[in-house]
Design a protein around this ligand. Structure first.
Ligand SMILES: NC(=[NH2+])NCCC[C@H](N)C(=O)O
Length: 305
């Protein structure tokens, strides 16, 4: 497979702009992020959490969803994060979960290949939106399927990929991983049942050596592989993870945005010395996504550097 990250980045013009956008680790300092407002958010019965909400009669309360999303944006901006907006559109009801259609890597933006039909059509919309701010894909995945919620660029040298077989397939994950392998990165695969949707509902990095994890659910081999890499886990219960309580955003390896509906997880993260900002994201959680899903980091800078 030919990977031309290096050549794509050589030279001037747009390539220089692309080069300034990169994510080398989930806990580096977040500088630029892509958000999309929930004007067209709707329940789509494509994941277990949303199906449960629908059984319970949940319908999106537009005003409340807008308020919660505006509060997220305010917190990000208060922490100095530049928020870019993707226009919402009626035919894309899950678009506010900007995490899933693409991923920023150390070598530039990679357009993904979502499994769900209504999500796969988000990719072109995302690519157009990013082009307008000078970010063009260095690669587009064409093999298998892969969604951004299953991608964790954990820290420089370590990539973690979720494999449910439903949203992300082995072919998609391996195609995405190829460029990292080529650059000498260690790649860990985490297999789980499609019930759990994406890796980021059960595993999110807090700093380079600490992650929040639904340890009761995660595969023992995966937990052992994390331990072997000196990653300490702060456990989250299944019930809080199902409320998207494990689905968090590390702003800088120190300040963590967390779902207010998971107070035990927040308490443990605080006890471990992190600063926690709790946010109400109940409208989104009912649709299967939390804070991590609502944010697509475009640029993170190493804490010291
Ligand atoms: N990164 C995530 N966990 N995203 C959650 C997406 C939720 C959305 N309803 C879906 O099923 O596609």
């Amino acid at each position: 497979m030919k990977l031309d990250f290096a050549t794509d980045h050589a030279g001037g013009g747009a390539a220089d702009l692309v080069q300034t956008h990169a994510v080398r680790g989930e806990a580096d300092r977040l500088v630029d992020v892509l958000l999309c407002g929930p004007s067209h958010l709707e329940t789509v019965p494509c994941c277990s959490v949303t199906r449960e909400s629908m059984r319970n009669g949940f319908v999106v309360a537009q005003d409340e969803a807008q308020r919660q999303h505006a509060a997220l944006r305010q917190v990000l901006e208060r922490h100095g994060v530049r928020c870019h907006a993707m226009p919402a559109t009626p035919e894309l009801p899950d678009l506010c979960f900007t995490r899933d259609a693409g991923v920023m890597t150390p070598w530039g933006f990679v357009a993904l290949k979502p499994a769900m039909a209504h999500r796969s059509v988000e990719v072109d919309h995302l690519v157009r939106t990013l082009s307008a701010i000078g970010v063009r894909p260095v690669r587009r995945i064409t093999e298998g399927t892969i969604e951004g919620g299953d991608v964790c660029v954990a820290r420089p040298g370590l990539l973690v990929l979720g494999l449910s077989g439903e949203r992300t397939s082995t072919a998609g994950a391996e195609a995405f991983a190829a460029s990292f392998v080529q650059q000498g990165w260690d790649v860990l695969y985490c297999s789980f049942d499609p019930h759990f949707l994406h890796l980021d509902t059960m595993f999110c990095m807090l700093d380079a050596n600490t992650a929040l994890a639904c340890t009761d659910v995660l595969d023992d081999g995966f937990l052992a592989a994390l331990a072997a890499r000196d990653i300490t886990l702060i456990p989250v219960s299944y019930k809080e993870a199902r409320r998207l309580g494990c689905n968090v955003v590390s702003l800088d390896g120190r300040t963590i945005l967390m779902n207010a509906a998971a107070p035990q997880a927040a308490e443990r993260v605080r006890a471990a010395g992190f600063l926690v900002e709790e946010l109400d994201v109940s409208q989104f959680a009912a649709c299967g996504g939390g804070l991590h899903c609502l944010t697509l980091p475009l640029r993170r800078l190493p804490a010291r550097g």
